[in-house]
Write a protein that binds this ligand. Structure first.
Ligand code: URA
Length: 214
């Protein structure tokens, strides 16, 4: 794990994550394997992203004796995938925290301006009391991510973590500058965006590869 000089930007350079990202990049990786890899990487990233969840000591009786031992405290997590590619990551976080509530943010990118437009928005109740994990595998221009976080904040969300798999330097800068208070977890920062706002070398269109569309 490496903090990219900036507090709140965490690059998860664990060999298992990097190996699985290489498999994702391969254009010959099929839909089934691609989905599994996205979930596995998210689980590994989520393990780190959730390492500061608050705990409280409770009394438990083991078969041997009573003991005081920690459990996760406070309201349950809210996981918010950005549709549609973020949906592919959901299982990875739910494998770690099965009782998490799930919100959805539907944003589509204008093909020309690359600016995000909302078509769906629903968050779990009491969002201001929850740790919120926003999911999108590709942090490209950063516009959708920054916009999604702004919308969550405007509904009261405060404790926000953004988890992606690949990022472009431009996207990291945009999201961090717009929301320096949120923690950003990244599998790998790639070289650049191309003229169509695709991450290079990237992995192509994450949504298409997760859902088997073209
Ligand atoms: N979204 C994708 O799916 N891929 C990219 O490279 C950029 C944004």
């Amino acid at each position: 794990m490496e903090y990219n000089n900036e507090e709140n930007i965490c690059i998860l350079n664990h060999p298992l994550i990097q190996h699985k990202i290489s498999m994702l990049r391969d254009k010959n990786t099929g839909t089934n394997e691609f989905r599994k890899l996205i979930e596995e990487i998210t689980l590994l990233e989520g393990f780190e992203a959730l390492s500061d969840l608050p705990t409280v000591d409770v009394e438990i009786e083991t078969p041997i004796e009573k003991c005081i031992t920690p459990v996760i405290s406070g309201r349950k997590l809210a996981v918010v995938p950005i549709l549609r590619a973020g949906l592919g990551m959901l299982g990875g976080i739910l494998a770690l925290v099965p009782s998490a509530k799930v919100g959805h943010i539907g944003l589509f990118r204008d093909e020309e301006s690359h600016e995000p437009h909302e078509y769906f928005f629903k968050l779990p109740s009491l969002i201001d009391e929850r740790t919120i994990v926003v999911l999108d595998p590709m942090l490209a221009t950063g516009s959708s991510a920054a916009d999604a976080v702004s919308r969550i904040k405007s509904h009261g969300g405060r404790d926000i973590k953004f988890v992606c798999i690949l990022a472009a330097p431009e996207g990291v800068k945009k999201l961090h500058e717009a929301h320096p208070d949120i923690q950003i977890y990244i599998g790998h920062i790639d070289r650049e965006l191309n003229e169509n706002a695709y991450i290079c070398p990237g992995l192509g269109d994450a949504g298409d590869r997760i859902f088997g569309t073209e």
